[in-house]
Design a protein around this ligand. Structure first.
Ligand SMILES: [Zn+2]
Length: 351
């Protein structure tokens, strides 16, 4: 619960939360309502009306004999849902683990703080339904220092992140898993993820790859994946379209609007080249863009965008059709890579 709630909140909801209203309304039933039945029912009703359930969702029944907020089904090969005998059984069929590398950071006016966590975990779960591998989520936050001016973002140092994932991998190695597929859900984690992969390969008996990199040659682009074009990055139409597929009820598209973008002058000058697909311009643009306020580059999200979207395209142009096409292409590519790896190096009890 302490994780699920903030992960479903948009940045303005976090503002409201930090002012106290939602915190009081949500926490009261958890910590203080056992005193009187009447108060319990009042704060229970308030909690249901504010606990990050979109207005369109049907409210859970207050008379439910079990947790009225629990709506998840047990997912095959998803570690948090499994018993230890199920993990032992899976180990007789595979030594592979997908580990999503996530983030908890603002996603503008319309996307939940947990976007990168949810999208990576949901992608991994869907992959694990098509090819037998374990999915082991480890952390919700990642490295997001440049989003810190928006409430709700949680950032961890790269050193912390890599150490936590590395120790988690050591646990999984202890149980007999040997092959690790790190699935990065957030651009700011890219270098950290590759470092974790290298540490596993250099320092343990495990073998690791970054799944996005490994699956790239299998990625088939389809016409449905095409977007409106233009400057369209963080919390823009590619990512929001993905969310419309993976976590539809958490996207509040009616709250989305085009961001007012204020780039440092020299970056604004190179933007047309970036949008035109000039690789060098993009490399230089991204090296400088989206960096913590403390660097003095004036490229933290808040310094460049009023909504938190980093792009000029209106996120309202996001579509489920495009999100589904992007997700299906990514999942198919992941599965193709995993199947190819299983063929190249079949599971052997002697390894
Ligand atoms: Zn994101």
């Amino acid at each position: 619960m302490e994780f699920a709630l903030p992960a479903t909140m948009t940045q303005p909801e976090q503002n409201d939360w930090s002012k106290g209203t939602k915190f009081r309304r949500f926490c009261f039933p958890l910590i203080g309502c056992s005193l009187e039945d009447e108060m319990r029912s009042i704060c229970f009703a308030l909690a249901l009306s504010t606990a990050a359930v979109p207005a369109s969702a049907a409210p859970p029944s207050a008379g439910s004999p079990t947790n009225p907020l629990w709506s998840q089904q047990k997912i095959r090969n998803y570690l948090p849902d499994m018993t230890w005998p199920e993990v032992a059984d899976l180990l007789t069929r595979t030594d592979m683990v997908i580990i999503p590398v996530a983030a908890l950071e603002q996603h503008a006016l319309h996307g939940p703080i947990g976007t990168d966590f949810y999208n990576a975990v949901e992608q991994a779960k869907l992959v694990a339904q098509r090819t037998d591998v374990l999915v082991a989520p480890i952390l919700l936050p990642g490295n997001s220092p440049y989003h810190m001016d928006f409430p709700g973002t949680i950032t961890l140092k790269a050193e912390t992140i890599q150490q936590v994932y590395f120790e988690a991998v050591q646990s999984l190695l202890h149980h007999g898993f040997r092959r690790f597929l790190l699935l990065n859900g957030h651009g700011g984690n890219a270098a950290t993820t590759r470092f974790i992969v290298d540490r596993i390969n250099q320092e343990t008996a495990g073998i690791a790859v970054e799944l996005g990199d490994a699956a790239a040659p299998y990625m088939k682009r389809t016409p449905d994946m095409k977007g409106p074009g233009g400057f369209d990055r963080h919390a823009g139409t590619p990512e929001t379209s993905n969310s419309l597929y993976y976590t539809p009820n958490l996207v509040q598209l009616d709250k989305a609007r085009a961001a007012k973008i204020t780039l440092p002058t020299h970056m604004a000058d190179m933007l047309p080249e970036v949008v035109a697909g000039n690789d060098t311009a993009e490399t230089v643009f991204l090296a400088e863009g989206l960096k913590a306020r403390e660097t003095g580059k004036r490229t933290s999200t808040r310094e460049m965008s009023d909504t938190g979207t980093w792009g000029e395209v209106d996120p309202k142009l996001s579509t489920l059709k495009r999100g589904r096409a992007q997700a299906e292409a990514a999942i198919a590519a992941d599965v193709a890579f995993i199947e190819a790896w299983k063929k190249l190096r079949p599971l052997s009890p002697k390894q």
